[in-house]
Design a binder for this molecule. Structure first.
Ligand SMILES: CCCCCCCCCCCCCCCC(=O)SCCNC(=O)CCNC(=O)[C@H](O)C(C)(C)COP(=O)(O)OP(=O)(O)OC[C@H]1O[C@@H](n2cnc3c(N)ncnc32)[C@H](O)[C@@H]1OP(=O)(O)O
Length: 219
């Protein structure tokens, strides 16, 4: 398949594949957490590996030739289910759940042991990636999408593993450049601040936003 595609699916089918994808990705996330934190002995690890190998072989029976891509449909809108931060069927995504209130993106995410950098703290690269996604989505939702050109991240204080909130908003636009800002917060307050420039690529500039998003896609 191409990286961007349009497909029509019924509401019932969408509900079904959503539940299946969320279930599988959730199970694999649980496996990752269990793997990081397990203290069982070698025999149990060996037995677990046999089960994991069997599950992997089962899933490999029928695979996409590449990544999930970005898919559009009248029923479901955009499905970026492979996205590394928010992808519904990607166990690597924490996932961050995002909502938009017309001005601001709010992302909620629970970062467990798999996202550790310094002991007990969230890895800085993960925080940057979450902010990249949220700032990009803020620009996209404001109707001025673009690819990340530059992302500046300031780590104000450590971010303890656990629930975090990511906020992002469009600051201003200058032609094809959208400037967005955002923060990561925990119970300790704001831990990270970011600002970024999101640029509508040269090859997308002649198209309407809707056409560009459909043919070029987005994160
Ligand atoms: C509708 C289709 C949209 C598709 C997109 C939708 C995304 C919807 C987001 C959803 C949420 C995703 C969140 C995850 C987002 C990623 O992860 S995106 C992946 C990471 N980013 C990339 O891979 C981008 C790679 N870089 C590029 O593709 C190109 O360098 C860029 C950034 C598109 C710019 O290239 P270009 O179109 O040739 O730009 P160019 O005409 O040379 O310059 C235009 C202007 O931008 C400035 N500029 C150029 N590069 C930069 C830069 N890196 N930093 C700052 N300014 C720059 C120039 O100075 C120029 O400014 P002015 O002279 O006009 O004042």
């Amino acid at each position: 398949m191409s990286e961007y595609s349009i497909e029509e699916i019924t509401a019932d089918h969408l509900a079904h594949i959503t539940a299946v994808a969320q279930g599988l990705a959730g199970d694999v996330r649980a496996l990752v957490d269990a793997t990081v934190r397990t203290q069982v002995g070698d025999d149990d690890v060996a037995a677990a590996r046999e089960h994991i190998a069997a599950a992997t072989a089962l899933l490999r029976r029928e695979q996409l030739p590449g990544a999930f891509g970005i898919r559009f449909s009248a029923t479901a809108g955009k499905r970026n289910w492979g996205n590394a931060m928010v992808g519904l069927r990607n166990p690597v995504a924490p996932p961050m759940h995002m909502s938009y209130d017309g001005e601001k993106i709010t992302g909620t995410v629970d970062l467990g042991a798999a996202y550790e950098g310094p002991a007990g703290l969230v890895h800085g690269g993960i925080l940057a990636a979450l902010l990249d996604q949220a700032l990009g989505s803020a620009a996209e939702n404001a109707g001025v999408p673009g690819m990340t050109g530059t992302l500046n991240v300031r780590y104000r204080q450590a971010t303890v593993l656990g629930p975090v909130t990511v906020s992002a908003w469009l600051d201003r636009t200058e032609g094809i450049k959208s400037f967005a800002k955002g923060t990561v917060s925990t119970a300790d307050g704001v831990t990270v601040e970011a600002d970024g420039v999101f640029i509508l690529p040269r090859w997308a500039r002649g198209q309407s936003q809707e056409d560009a998003v459909r043919t070029v896609g987005e994160g």
